[in-house]
Design a protein around this ligand. Structure first.
Ligand SMILES: [Ca+2]
Length: 175
């Protein structure tokens, strides 16, 4: 009985290897999008936010968010992108002042016919007063999971001042 199973197992294994070999995924990290935040162009949320020319990680201005209550700040959307079988990483510089509650990056990926799914940097939320640090959240795009839109947000689950700057989208191999 067991002899009948061996060819099937071998076939499945070969198909898996072929699928991996034919995939379009990247073989090393590569920047595919950059949002320097030097003005308000493209930023979706316009309430409670302003460009700060003095406090900036990249020298050309940052976005200062003043939150009096929990808020999700909608920053940018990419529209359709062509990427799958890869990690999509949303990376930014963040700085906080007197934040009560948690601050973290949030990314939504939209897939045709399936809806939207999120990735949140909840493993390293910021709080209190923190100097500039690099924060990121990855989305694992399996083969066939090719987003038609990507949304980049900043979540302040409380209140305080938060600066965000130098946003990058990076593609990297799946582990
Ligand atoms: Ca900037």
């Amino acid at each position: 009985m067991n002899t009948q199973k061996i060819p099937i197992v071998a076939f499945v294994f070969i198909m898996t290897v072929l699928a991996a070999a034919c995939s379009q995924g990247p073989d090393r990290p590569e920047e595919i999008g950059r949002f320097p935040i030097n003005d308000m162009e493209g930023i979706i949320t316009r309430s409670g936010v302003q460009i700060d020319r003095e406090i900036t990680s990249d020298g050309n201005g940052s976005l200062l968010v003043t939150a009096n209550e929990p808020v999700t700040v909608k920053l940018y959307e990419t529209g359709d992108i062509h990427l799958e079988n890869a990690q999509l990483i949303y990376r930014a510089q963040l700085r906080t002042e007197n934040v009560e509650g948690q601050v973290y990056l949030e990314m939504w990926c939209s897939f045709p016919g399936k809806g939207e799914f999120f990735s949140r940097a909840l493993q390293s939320p910021l709080s209190g007063t923190m100097e500039w640090s690099t924060q990121e959240t990855p989305f694992l795009l399996q083969k066939g999971e090719n987003p038609d839109n990507v949304k980049m947000n900043l979540v302040i689950n409380g209140k305080g001042k938060v600066w965000i700057d130098d946003i990058r989208l990076v593609m990297a191999p799946l582990r």
